[in-house]
Design a protein around this ligand. Structure first.
Ligand SMILES: [Zn+2]
Ligand SMILES: [Zn+2]
Length: 390
């Protein structure tokens, strides 16, 4: 086995037509460009080097160290890079920095957008900035576009896109064929990714969510953030923001109820936005829904401890109100508020879960949206399979 492994690494030489991995580029982007540069179909390219793996059924941006270290090393050689430098470009190294290393075996790394895959096809497209992708030769996908907090291109100040502006299919560069030559094309209609001219509003920058993006990037770089008048570790900051997002989701789905009223008392009017259609995790939501939720969550981050406590008291929000699920953990950073609130002892009620009790309408709608999403995915898959021989 050992021998075979060393033979395999001898087989791999840096590519003759060099395709350097840019400092901000994702591994999938580099692999796609490397294949196209060689005049090769992407699938043929990866199957040639790693015949044992159907590489594109994995999230390539995670790197392969957790699956097969040899594949990972091979890639570093192809990219003509030191193994450790290559490793720093992976989502796994992102997870480690975020203190999420225990979750390495999880399918989705929190705070990154999953590329939900059915085989090699995804329902969510890869996020991209049409202006960054304009030049054929320099077009590449940035690793930071995979982060859940990345909503806009910092350089061009426009909202990121994830579908083709011509045919509206999710942008899936891993399905490009060799004759497309550059990564900035749609695999489905073959047109170049361009900025749509008829719908400028879908590119506009929203101040609050942009503020959130800048703040989150800064916290990620610094390793600490500020909340409720204190300097706190990065992990605590992101945990607090996730908690705020959950409060916002509760307020948005019931604007006239407790959290809706509480946010209203802070001057945050949640009745203006539509609740996420599916009820999926934040990371899995489309960009327009994330923009709304994160834009509201960051406004909660501006409220100080005494205002929180005063308003909670006025609105009869107690400790119990925040324990909305079994085993709910209150974020460390929120405890200075939480611990000041009254707690009411609730009598253990006998579970009256009755199978005949109908579901609430909103939960039926969420189920329905999720089912629609599944069907859409199935249709995309079938349609692609007809057009594309694997
Ligand atoms: Zn850009
Ligand atoms: Zn298209």
């Amino acid at each position: 086995m050992q021998k075979q492994e060393s033979l395999q690494s001898n087989r791999i030489k840096p590519l003759t037509i060099k395709t350097p991995l840019y400092y901000d580029e994702s591994i999938s982007s580099w692999l796609i460009r490397a294949a196209l540069n060689q005049g090769c179909d992407i699938l043929t390219f990866t199957q040639f080097y790693w015949p044992d793996y159907r590489l594109w059924t994995y999230d390539v941006d995670k790197g392969f160290n957790h699956i097969d270290g040899q594949v990972h090393k091979d890639m570093a050689i192809l990219a003509d890079m030191h193994y450790r430098a290559f490793n720093s470009k992976t989502l796994m190294s992102f997870a480690e920095r975020m203190g999420l290393s225990d979750s390495s075996k999880q399918i989705n790394i929190p705070w990154t957008q999953p590329l939900t895959k059915r085989n090699r096809r995804a329902l969510l497209g890869y996020q991209y900035c049409p202006l960054c992708m304009h030049s054929d030769k320099e077009a590449r996908l940035k690793l930071s576009w995979r982060f859940t907090w990345t909503l806009y291109c910092v350089q061009h100040q426009i909202r990121l896109q994830s579908t083709c502006t011509q045919c509206e299919q999710p942008y899936q560069p891993q399905l490009l064929e060799a004759n497309m030559r550059y990564i900035n094309h749609c695999h489905s209609c073959k047109s170049k990714l361009a900025q749509a001219t008829d719908n400028q509003s879908s590119y506009l920058l929203d101040d609050y969510s942009y503020k959130f993006q800048r703040m989150a990037s800064q916290v990620y770089v610094d390793g600490f953030g500020y909340a409720l008048g204190k300097k706190i570790p990065m992990q605590d900051w992101f945990e607090l923001i996730s908690f705020y997002v959950n409060i916002v989701r509760r307020a948005v789905s019931k604007p006239d109820y407790m959290f809706g009223k509480l946010l209203n008392s802070f001057g945050i009017n949640t009745a203006t936005i539509t609740p996420p259609k599916t009820g999926l995790r934040l990371d899995q939501l489309p960009i327009d829904e994330r923009i709304e939720l994160l834009g509201f969550a960051i406004r909660l981050n501006d409220i100080d401890v005494s205002t929180w406590i005063r308003k909670c008291e006025e609105m009869h929000v107690t400790q119990n109100s925040f324990n909305w699920s079994k085993g709910m953990l209150i974020p460390e950073a929120f405890k200075p508020i939480y611990e000041q609130l009254p707690f009411t002892k609730v009598q253990e009620r006998k579970s009256n879960k009755n199978l005949n009790t109908p579901r609430a309408p909103e939960s039926v709608m969420k189920l329905w949206e999720r089912l629609k999403r599944k069907t859409e995915m199935r249709e995309l898959y079938d349609q692609d399979r007809l057009n594309y021989k694997e």
